[in-house]
Design a binder for this molecule. Structure first.
Ligand code: SAM
Length: 204
């Protein structure tokens, strides 16, 4: 975990400067997420990076905690939060288990769950943070069909140029969400050409 955090710390300044690669897909995703958020919601976003999504969405909720393992990402996020004047957003360093035992109405993670060590364990922790009916929203690269990237990522990882990545398909991801005790209420592939799987699930 420490080496993963270091990897993301190193790329944080560059990540913050990088423009969104597909603005239409990002906006479509944000529109879908916005439609689920309520002014009374306590929201947790995991793997928030430099906080752009958190700054956008926090004004729609009551409180919004944005977590990430990388202190470097969060420092930039905090600067952006202050500049944007978003008062109900706070950043906290940690992976999913750092929030275990806390209660939220909505837990989200974007471009994160292919990077965690044990996605199924994270989903179980998230379920326990939510009340019945609470929402788990994610968008995750479903790279199962892009198996040919595996050796490329493995080689890049050897020289410290790639994080750990798990290859799963959309079906495997959906089944893992359901197995953790959620009912899926919406899925999409955004953009339709893939590979990002968008899922909104409700705790059963
Ligand atoms: C690809 S970036 C995505 C950032 C942001 N969610 C977005 O969509 O732009 C992945 C982020 O997840 C964080 N991360 C990686 N592994 C993590 C873990 N196990 N728990 C929490 N955050 C993690 C990284 O530090 C990084 O900020």
């Amino acid at each position: 975990m420490q080496s993963e955090a270091k990897f993301w710390d190193k790329i944080a300044p560059g990540y913050a400067k990088k423009p969104i690669s597909d603005v239409a897909s990002y906006e479509k995703t944000m529109d879908r997420v916005r439609s689920y958020l309520k002014a009374t919601d306590r929201v947790l976003e995991l793997g928030c990076g430099t906080g752009s999504t958190a700054i956008l969405l926090a004004p729609l909720a009551d409180s919004y905690i944005a977590g990430d393992i990388s202190g470097g990402m969060l420092e930039i996020g905090e600067e952006k939060r202050v500049a944007a004047g978003v008062d109900n957003l706070s950043f906290r360093q940690g992976a999913t288990d750092a929030f275990a035992g806390e209660r939220f109405d909505v837990v989200m993670g974007f471009n994160l769950f292919h990077l965690v060590t044990d996605m199924e364990a994270d989903f179980a922790l998230i379920r326990d943070m939510l009340p019945e009916g609470g929402l788990f929203i994610q968008k995750s690269p479903a790279l199962g069909r892009r198996w040919y990237l595996k050796p490329v990522i493995a080689a890049m990882r050897l020289i410290g140029k790639a994080p750990q990545v798990r290859f799963f398909g959309s079906e495997e991801l959906d089944r893992a969400v359901e197995a953790a005790g959620f009912e899926i209420i919406e899925t999409d592939t955004i953009p339709p050409t893939g590979p990002s799987r968008f899922i909104v699930a409700r705790k059963r």
